[in-house]
Design a protein around this ligand. Structure first.
Ligand SMILES: Cc1cc2nc3c(=O)[nH]c(=O)nc-3n(C[C@H](O)[C@H](O)[C@H](O)COP(=O)(O)OP(=O)(O)OC[C@H]3O[C@@H](n4cnc5c(N)ncnc54)[C@H](O)[C@@H]3O)c2cc1C
Length: 967
């Protein structure tokens, strides 16, 4: 029986991010209650911002309302709404958790509501709560708690979608409402843009998620216009099925006295704040007016705070429905605590005996981003019934919602070319004519729509605002198999079963949920590619940013990133909703592509994509080959084997996009959008073919997959029958050793160390190859290289070094002397620690990060083989230099106070990387004063996930009391 970690215990849990919910939270907090808000989107105020509801019917009567609508009745931008609500919560000390949904209830042994299960891409967790306010659009938590609702009516439901910037359209069957104009900050300055709402009555037979999603997509498609700058994230409707029971017999606002009972769903424990309250539909329409909901929310929060009674003790979690797992099937997720690496002390039983059932398909694709949308198209076109679920409100991922509407390299052939042609055909735009057939630039709205049309036209179904939060595992065979997922969305939660699943989350979410081995930041290193969260300025599709690192698997870090970035770009129209992480969690695949494969242009028999890019590293490399020959700006080519998509030890799943298996220094060459799209399409085709043949994806007929990919032009014909070009011949290795000047020759030596060894030893005596040979041998720990390395180091003064600058940072990420020191550290002897100490003693406090990284690495390597007190003292002294320590942060307010408006800010990362590298090395070298451990303990609680993970992993490897063993 799976158990859920209990991660919080609060007086009041508010689910749903509506402005009314925030008003309630603030009032309850002011009354002394502890409050947690769990919001489905990466911001608060979704009832306003997601639906572009900028106006209220009458001026607000509360302070929060006046702050949101500073002109009396109009909010100036989505970001203003979100920022105002968030900052009010931060100032009040209210905890926030974004991108999460209610996914069941906690019960006490007497059956009382004791809290909720909340779920996000990282899994399900339990939150104990004395009281719950359900501020979700569809009263999801109340339904899960078993409250009775009016039956879904047979009459059509009116859906409303708002568009900014396009001309007003007269469409059959659609009622148009001209809402006025908004000042929108365009590139040339603020401009008044028309805002139009379109209403259409749609028949929805039963209110199921599939039907509601289909109605939304029909409306999206019918009113789409190529000039639209912004559109609602979803179609809004007033729920026609409120809480069951007698409603107040008037259509006005409920009187304060009957407010509580009209909103209550589970007496004394749970209140519904929103359109599903037990009110006449006319009264409910008035309630959801922003100013009214804010006032009612505030009143409700105050009253509930006064009613809170001790929380019941949860003993079990449930999400009742009519679907029962088959024998051997169970739900699984990766969550063990509030943050990765944390293990809760209390666990709640979650038998999952019966669950809501929402769909059964051949292929389920999770994540409708750059790779996922093409995967769904590939699967649907290959004959599979296909469901694509996307957490956000549109398709395209980084390439659209991430504001990276530009290709950087990438092989623009095959499916990518089809998609590009469809995108540019969405409307007239002179920019596309100018760029010829290169398809470098795109309009975000166009590409979102092109992806949607591609999937839909192929027969695939799409659900927006839907996240996979757990996987359905079948453990009947020898290898566990994924048989579906638990999917949460804004209308509820349920199981989707599938014969094959494509994990296109870009973060290996499903593979990790299933327990397959994955790679994230750990003790080994904290080398992560830079991450952005871009400001949005309508009309500007492309905004490339690199100002932070975000661990997508850490809900706390993700929430931190969104909150601080909104503050950073406070004057923008909005903030992007997709965290632009260039490097995320990856699977350990059947094969992991390496930089050596790429540098040797290795061919594979199971290639499914031909990718190209240069080493766009956005950070520092860690593979030793680049210490000898740094990456260059020249484009490289890489074949992507199918095995990189197959997680080890797990059947039924393909992982495409950034979650695939590749060394982190190989990823830059295969992560460009054209290639991610083609790989995703290939994954979809493979999944569908496997299902069609009744096979698991691991055993698909790869020849047939390749033939189909050749037919669409994604792969060249040469791939058919292609073999592995490794092992290389001895002649090729000998030629490489005789050269040692370029990537191919150096990579060959690293790929075949034994075969290259004798030649490299000879090369130590050849002045033209001596340095490269010494580096290659030294980095592999061969002491024969040490004399040459010592000579070279002694003859070299400290050079410029390298600091973390993320964006536009290509090539060398350590200096020549840094590389020599690291190599000597790995192969030197006791005489080298004093040499290193002497050189390190010359470094000023503001020295480059790469010098400190090199000293830390060399010192650790020497110390681990030749323990002495030298390395510990050296690193301790360095860390004590002014300004080098004290940069861990565990309060959002501190991070906000320090950040700049620079979209490519590096200061914070550079100083933190310096401190972390020194502290980690110090801890590994004995830590004589305890300074290193103290620093790492600070980082272990850091809000920034990668630093916290790294610090925790290192602390776990060096037990308390291990220090001073050298004395
Ligand atoms: C800042 C930045 C700049 C870049 N610059 C360029 C460039 O200039 N040119 C270029 O070609 N490439 C560029 N790249 C690389 C390229 O854009 C990415 O490698 C690629 O887009 C990643 O695609 P993906 O499908 O793996 O992930 P994404 O595009 O991020 O798609 C993942 C999708 O899955 C959804 N999702 C996640 N988890 C779940 C879940 N559990 N359930 C449901 N949905 C889920 C997400 O919302 C998202 O839409 C850049 C990348 C970044 C981050």
């Amino acid at each position: 029986m799976p158990d859920l970690p209990l991660i919080a215990n609060v007086d009041l849990l508010i689910v749903g991010g509506s402005a009314g919910g925030v008003a309630a939270a603030l009032a309850a907090k002011a009354a002394g209650r502890s409050v947690l808000i769990v919001a489905p989107r990466p911001y608060l105020g979704d009832d306003l911002a997601a639906y572009l509801r900028f106006w209220c019917a009458a001026p607000p009567t509360t302070d929060l309302g006046r702050a949101i609508f500073p002109d009396g009745r109009q909010a100036p931008s989505p970001l203003h709404i979100k920022l105002t609500l968030e900052q009010a919560c931060i100032a009040a000390g209210i905890d926030l958790l974004f991108n999460a949904f209610p996914a069941g209830v906690l019960r006490s042994d007497s059956g009382d509501l004791a809290g909720l299960v909340i779920a996000d891409r990282n899994g399900r967790r339990a939150v104990r709560a004395a009281a719950v306010i359900d501020a979700t659009h569809r009263a999801v938590a109340a339904r899960q708690a078993g409250a009775a609702f009016a039956p879904w009516p047979g009459t059509p439901v009116e859906f409303r979608r708002v568009v900014v910037g396009a001309p007003a359209l007269d469409l059959p069957g659609v009622r148009r409402e001209d809402l006025g104009t908004l000042q929108v900050p365009l590139e040339k300055g603020p401009q008044a843009m028309a805002v139009v709402a379109y209403h259409r009555a749609e028949s929805v037979a039963d209110g199921s998620v599939a039907e509601l999603q289909a109605a939304d997509i029909r409306l999206r498609r019918s009113i789409w216009h190529h000039q639209q700058l912004v559109a609602s994230e979803a179609s809004w409707f007033l729920p026609p099925d409120p809480l069951a029971g007698a409603v107040p017999d008037h259509d006005g606002l409920p009187a304060a006295a009957d407010l509580l009972s009209a909103l209550e769903a589970v007496p004394g424990r749970l209140w519904v704040l929103g359109g599903c309250a037990r009110l006449s539909r006319r009264a409910a329409a008035k309630l959801v007016d922003p100013a009214v909901l804010l006032a009612v929310g505030e009143d409700l929060g105050r009253r509930v705070a006064g009613l809170v009674r001790p929380a019941a003790i949860p003993i079990r979690a449930e999400l009742p429905g009519s679907w029962r797992p088959a024998p051997g099937q169970h739900l699984r997720s990766a969550a063990t605590g509030a943050r990765p690496g944390e293990t809760a002390t209390t666990w709640i039983a979650c038998p999952d005996e019966s669950l809501p059932d929402v769909a059964a398909v051949d292929v389920l694709v999770c994540g409708g981003g750059t790779g996922g949308a093409p995967a769904a198209t590939g699967a649907a076109r290959s004959g599979a019934s296909t469901l694509l679920i996307e957490h956000l409100h549109a398709l395209g991922g980084v390439g659209t919602l991430g504001q990276i509407t530009r290709y950087w390299y990438g092989n623009r052939v095959g499916y990518t070319r089809q998609l590009d042609e469809r995108t540019v055909a969405m409307g007239p735009d002179p920019r596309y004519a100018q760029q010829g057939k290169q398809f470098d630039w795109f309009q975000s709205e166009w590409k979102q729509q092109a992806h949607l049309l591609q999937v839909s036209d192929a027969g695939g179904e799409v659900w927006f605002g839907a996240s996979a939060v757990a996987v359905l595992i079948e453990s009947a065979g020898t290898t566990p198999r994924i048989a579906g997922a638990l999917v949460c969305h804004e209308y509820g939660c349920g199981v989707v079963t599938a014969s094959a699943v494509v994990d296109a989350s870009g973060n290996a979410d499903l593979a990790a949920a299933a327990g397959a081995p994955t790679v994230t930041t750990g003790a080994e290193h904290v080398a992560v590619q830079g991450t952005g969260l871009p400001p949005i300025r309508p009309g500007i599709d492309y905004t490339n940013s690199d100002h932070t690192f975000v661990d997508d698997t850490d809900a706390t870090d993700v929430t931190r990133a969104f909150v601080t970035a909104k503050r950073k770009f406070a004057t923008a129209w909005d903030l992007g909703q997709l965290i632009d992480s260039r490097q995320r969690r990856q699977i350990v695949g059947e094969y992991a592509l390496t930089p050596l494969d790429i540098l040797c242009d290795r061919t594979f028999p199971d290639a499914i994509c031909r990718a190209t890019s240069n080493f766009d590293t956005h950070g520092f490399t860690i593979h030793p080959v680049f210490a000898v020959v740094p990456p260059t700006k020249a484009a490289l080519w890489a074949w992507v084997p199918y095995r990189c998509l197959l997680p080890r030890g797990l059947d039924g799943l393909l992982v495409t996009g950034l979650g695939m298996s590749a060394h982190r220094d190989a990823l830059p060459v295969v992560r460009m959008q054209p290639d991610v799209q083609n790989t995703g399409f290939a994954a979809g085709v493979a999944a569908a073919l496997a299902v069609g043949a009744g096979r698991i994806v691991r055993e698909v007929d790869l020849d047939e997959v390749q033939r189909r990919l050749v037919a669409v032009g994604s792969l060249p014909a040469e791939v058919i029958g292609m073999s592995d070009s490794f092992p290389l011949s001895s002649a090729a290795i000998a030629a490489a050793v005789g050269d040692l000047k370029n990537h191919l020759s150096v990579a060959t030596c690293f790929a075949y160390p034994a075969a290259a060894h004798a030649g490299l030893i000879d090369a130590l005596a050849d002045p033209s190859r001596q340095e490269a040979a010494a580096l290659i041998l030294g980095l592999q720990g061969d002491s024969a290289a040490a004399p040459v390395l010592r000579q070279l180091i002694d003859a070299s003064p400290w050079d410029e070094g390298w600091n973390f600058t993320g964006m536009h940072q290509f090539g060398r990420s350590q200096s020549r002397l840094d590389a020599l020191l690291v190599a000597l550290g790995l192969c030197g002897d006791t005489s080298d620690l004093p040499r290193l100490a002497e050189r390190a003693g010359q470094l000023p406090a503001d020295t480059a990060f790469s010098h400190l990284r090199a000293v830390a690495a060399a010192g650790t390597a020497l110390h681990q083989r030749h323990p002495s007190a030298i390395a510990g003292h050296l690193l301790d002294q360095l860390l004590a230099l002014p300004g080098l320590s004290g940069h861990a942060r565990n309060r959002i307010a501190d991070l906000q106070a320090e950040q700049s408006a620079d979209i490519n800010d590096n200061l914070e990362r550079n100083r933190t990387l310096k401190e972390l590298h020194l502290a980690v090395a110090l801890v590994r070298c004995g830590d004589p004063s305890g300074r290193g451990r103290a620093v790492l303990e600070g980082y272990a609680r850091d809000l920034r996930g990668h630093y916290a993970r790294h610090a925790r992993a290192v602390l776990a490897e060096v037990p308390v009391g291990a220090r001073a063993r050298m004395h």
